[in-house]
Design a protein around this ligand. Sequence first.
Ligand code: HEC
Ligand code: HEC
Length: 475
Amino acid sequence: MSTQTRTALVLALSGCFGMAAQAQSLPNLFPFPNGSGLLETFNTAGGPIDLSGPFFQSLGTNGRSCGTCHRPAQGWSISPNEVKVRFLLTQGRDPIFSSNDGTNCDHNIDTSTLQGRQKASSLLLNKGLIRVTVGVPDDAEFTVMSVVNPYGCSDPATLSMYRRPLPATNLRSLSTVMWDGRESSPQTGTQKITFATNPADLLADLEHQALDATNGHAQGATPLTPQQQQAIAEFEMATATAQAFDYRAGALNQDGATGGPVFLGSHGLPAFFVGINDPLGGNPQGTAFTPVIFNLFDAWTNTHSHHDDRDGGSESRRASIARGQALFNSKPIAITGVAGLNDDLNMASIPGTCGTCHDSPNIGNHSVSAPLNIGVGDVNSSLNVGYLPVFTLQNKTTHEIKTTTDPGRALITGLWKDVGRLKGPVLRGLASRAPYFHNGSADTLDDVLDFYNQRFNIGFTAREKADLVAFLNAL
Ligand code: HEC
Ligand code: HEC
């Protein structure tokens, strides 16, 4: 496809989505295209998805709504391609580029020209990143020795990090809210999510999160009313989002498969409870951990192609997705150097799989709150994080030094052992919301697997990688 045709296509598509966004509602299960098929959102409350409620209203002062950064077409997150189209269509004046956090820094920037605005929002345009500021707790076990931020914003008392919007859907399975869990933490006046208090704790946290998001992202002048907070939380809790159709495999709920958002919304999410599948034996009902996290594509396991797997057709694709699922559930990974696991369990190497950390059945987040540091924010990981600021932290007692591009949970708890720890997110609707990881450092799912392959010496073959990517794209 020529660049011109491509641009025309992108603009035409974004036009359709623009129209959909201006409409009062989105038909239930409206199919949004992505690179490998169609993504749909199922409204478990029934009927169309209301685009006129408080989630989509501008309730602050800069014209933004929740929907500015949580878009149904992008898996309720954002993608750099769509953000670039928004930039072109509005000459960089869409509210998402607001300089409070839609630019790399909020001062010493020139937004008077188009080029200036493009430069000022480069992380948002290229990686879909929003600037997130968190103050260093007074009683932290560490001091911030230095901040090297290429964009300015290097205040060592309030750190500027750059993070991907988490999807505002499939929230029923959350065991902690935000990458660093800060909306589920007594330190911030919010509630830890536990089996005993769920889902009331989650609802309270989401209501608090909506208040904070309006005050922060939307620069709210008056706080949301309790009714608005409640309406937003209820709206978010009612949606289930997943890939529904794969261009090569066909509908993901055909011939015994249970992919797609309807099954997720009517069986997967309602079945969730905190600790439902915990490798450390935390299931409150005493049920043992199973490494079989996903079984959506079991029925496709023995699919045989009539053409000896060389037709590239639906049957070989189905078989590939099923093999990918089996790899997710069973490929051995020797987990080493992960803060939150190896240190807490005092085990140099833990025999695991993808599901040791992504353990919620058919959803893929961690079923109990478990912030982990797998090294995505490390300065010397195999991922390129050269576009991020670098923080040097020093332990007040031991004087040990850590360097990271995102201190994560440590900025909430003040604990040295929490440096770089973040939650494992839900693994549904992935195909619509590249790039991946909290800092957008993996442009594709291939890059995600390359990272894991190197980080844990897994030894994926090319075919295993292709199968896993086919599977992840079908979630
Ligand atoms: C300017 C972009 C932006 C706007 C506007 C915005 N968000 Fe977000 N949202 C983010 C980012 C970035 C994160 C992740 C930040 C983090 O974890 O540090 C996030 C995280 C979340 C999460 C956490 C999901 C999870 O898995 O933990 C929820 C829920 C959410 N937003 C809801 C909302 C609501 C409700 C509104 C409107 C009141 C809103 N957001 C407005 C960017 C935005
Ligand atoms: C040791 C724990 C652990 C293991 C093992 C693990 N993950 Fe993760 N995964 C995480 C954490 C934590 C994150 C979030 C990291 C971040 O963004 O900094 C994550 C993020 C991801 C993401 C990005 C999601 C998004 O929304 O950006 C994908 C995809 C993923 N993992 C897939 C896998 C696959 C496939 C495997 C097996 C090959 C695997 N993970 C193994 C802990 C783990």
